[in-house]
Structures are given as structure tokens and as C-alpha cells.
Design a protein around this ligand. Structure first.
Ligand code: NAD
Length: 290
């Protein structure tokens, strides 16, 4: 398939490389002038999409996605599929899908989970929103870049699933970290805490698969000085998107709101920027009640 790929950053570059490795004909564009092995470098975004049957975007946010969509949609072939894999707000995802459909294109919002490691290994999970026809056209590409793709519903449903998942993740990570800090102060051994909670009703992915305590549970960023992994500022981005969506849908999300405020403080006023999001544990460890 002839594919245009726009946004060749930490995630986009390995995703594009995997598609090229699988035998697809890739043309890529990034404003930073990035080159990726096996991907023909285009001078402009419009050059990257001309004649492509599929166009994939992997961009930082909704405003940039909207700007790129304005640029490329008029130059895309009718019937081609526009697949946005960035994490953006639900409103931008829906607006871009509508614009693409009005231009005779198929559109899928397909944010991912799995991080940079998953992008390189081709083991991402895609959460997709769009019509059946659009999903069917994109599915073989998801199979190359990932290990699982869930068709969540109409346009915007992929972004909705992603931010709901990550709101749970932010909240449970904070709960897990504050519980470890409390356990420390109660003189409870961290390994014992893990042994109990990971097999009791307090278990979660944050505890069992990504334990924030160094030397406890499976290998995680905690065992590597909290180097990301999944950076605290990316968690903050996703939590902010969840609160933007909650605002726009009039949903009551008090825990999501508190998690957003805590990550905001951690990233912007403390030393959380550039650390893994599980570094909330050393943060709580240093603090007292007031
Ligand atoms: P990144 O900043 O490394 O990459 C974004 C790329 O887009 C950059 O190379 C930048 O130069 C390029 N770009 C910006 N504006 C552009 C434009 N107008 N035209 C063309 N290229 C442009 O970010 P990333 O880590 O690759 O993340 C990309 C998206 O994936 C984000 O929406 C992020 O939230 C999401 N995501 C990231 C992770 C992760 O672990 N990094 C995990 C899941 C989802």
C-alpha cells in the first residue's frame, strides 16, 4: 500500500519503519526534517500524502492535528483512509473525521497504548473510532504496528477509550503510591505490601505490572531511577484531555480532577518533569500530612 506518514517523532518514526519493513511504500514528513530508514522523505506534508491510499498522522496535539488536516485533506485521493494515531481531544478527533468524510475520505481516530517500546516492537494496542469501512481499511496496518486493535465505535470513540483508560491509570497510580508511602510510615515492609495487595482486592495494573516501588514486583521504571517509561508530563497531558472531555460532556470526575491537579503540581512546580509517572512514590515518601 502507498502510505503517507506525518509526524516522525518518538512514536511515529518506529511505526513508519515497521510499515516500511513489512513491504509498504512509505513517504514521510516531519517539520523537524527527520529521516527514517526505508521511508522516502517528503519536503512538505502535501507531498507526503499525494497518491497515498492511507495517511497516518502521529502528532503532539489537537491544534497541530487540525492544522495538518487542513493542509493535507484537499490533496488526498478520494476513498483513501486518514488514520490519526495521536492522542488528542475528542472534539478535534471528531472535527477532523467530519472534515475528511466531507472530502470523500474514510477516517479513523486510533490512539495507541504501549509507548515507545511498543512502537518499536510493533506491539501497540490501537483504540479505534470510525465507520466499519474505515476500520476495515486501516486494520491490516494496525496488525503490523500493533498486537491488538479494538474498534470502539464511531468517530472520537478511540480517543474517548484512551482518555478513560488513562484517567483510571493516573488515579490508580496515585492511589498505589500513596498507599506505599503510608505503609512505609506504618513500618510495613514493601515486599510484604506487594505480596498482599497484588493478590488482594487492591490489585491493579499499577501495582501488579508496573510496581512503583524499586526492587519489588516485576521490572519497572522504578528499578531504573524512575526514567520513563511513561513520562509524568505525558500522563498530565492525558489527564488534562480527560478533564476537557468531562467538561464538554458534563461528566462528574472528581478523582480524575484530583489526579490532574497532583500531576500538574508534580510536573510544573516540583521535580516530576522527565521522570516516570510512577515517581509519585518518592514524592509522597518525602511528604508529611500538611
Ligand atoms: P514527539 O514529540 O516525539 O513527536 C511528534 C512529532 O511531530 C515531532 O517529531 C514533531 O517534529 C512533529 N511535528 C510537529 N508538528 C508537525 C507538523 N505540523 N507537521 C509535521 N510534523 C510535525 O511525540 P511522540 O512521543 O512521538 O508522541 C506522538 C503522539 O503519540 C502524541 O499525541 C502522544 O500523546 C502520543 N503517545 C505518545 C506515547 C509515548 O510514550 N511517547 C504513548 C502513547 C501515545
Amino acid at each position: 500500500m502507498k502510505i503517507g506518514f506525518i509526524g516522525l517523532g518518538n512514536m511515529g518514526a518506529p511505526m513508519a519503519a515497521n510499515l516500511a519493513k513489512a513491504g509498504h511504500d512509505l513517504t514521510g514528513f516531519d517539520t523537524a526534517g527527520v529521516s527514517v530508514e526505508g521511508v522516502t522523505k517528503a519536503e512538505t506534508a502535501t507531498d507526503a500524502v499525494r497518491g497515498a491510499e492511507a495517511v497516518i498522522t502521529m502528532l503532539p496535539n489537537g491544534d497541530i492535528l487540525r492544522a495538518v488536516a487542513d493542509q493535507i485533506i484537499p490533496h488526498m485521493e478520494k476513498g483513501a483512509v486518514f488514520i490519526d494515531c495521536s492522542t488528542v481531544d475528542v472534539d478535534s478527533a471528531r472535527a477532523v473525521a467530519e472534515q475528511a468524510e466531507q472530502a470523500g475520505l474514510l477516517a479513523v481516530d486510533a490512539p495507541v497504548s504501549g509507548g515507545i517500546g511498543g512502537a518499536a516492537a510493533g506491539t501497540l494496542t490501537f483504540m479505534a473510532g470510525g465507520s466499519d469501512a474505515a476500520f476495515a481499511k486501516a486494520a491490516p496496518l494496525f496488525e503490523i504496528m500493533g498486537q491488538k486493535a479494538v474498534h470502539c465505535g464511531a468517530a472520537g470513540a478511540g480517543q474517548a477509550a484512551k482518555i478513560c483508560n488513562n484517567m483510571i491509570l493516573g488515579v490508580t497510580m496515585i492511589a498505589t503510591c500513596e498507599a506505599f508511602a503510608l505503609a512505609d510510615k506504618l513500618g510495613l515492609d514493601r515486599q510484604k505490601m506487594f505480596d498482599v495487595v497484588s493478590t488482594s482486592s487492591g490489585y491493579s495494573w499499577s501495582m501488579n505490572a508496573y510496581c512503583p516501588a524499586p526492587g519489588v514486583g516485576p521490572q519497572s521504571p522504578a528499578d531504573n531511577d524512575y526514567k520513563p517509561g511513561f513520562a509524568a508530563e505525558l500522563m498530565l497531558k492525558d489527564l488534562r484531555l480527560s478533564q476537557q472531555a468531562a467538561e464538554s460532556a458534563d461528566a462528574d470526575t472528581p478523582m480524575g480532577q484530583i489526579a490532574t491537579a497532583l500531576y500538574e503540581q508534580f510536573v510544573e512546580a516540583e521535580d516530576g518533569k522527565g521522570m516516570d509517572f510512577s515517581a509519585m512514590l518518592p514524592r509522597f515518601e518525602k511528604r508529611g500530612r500538611s
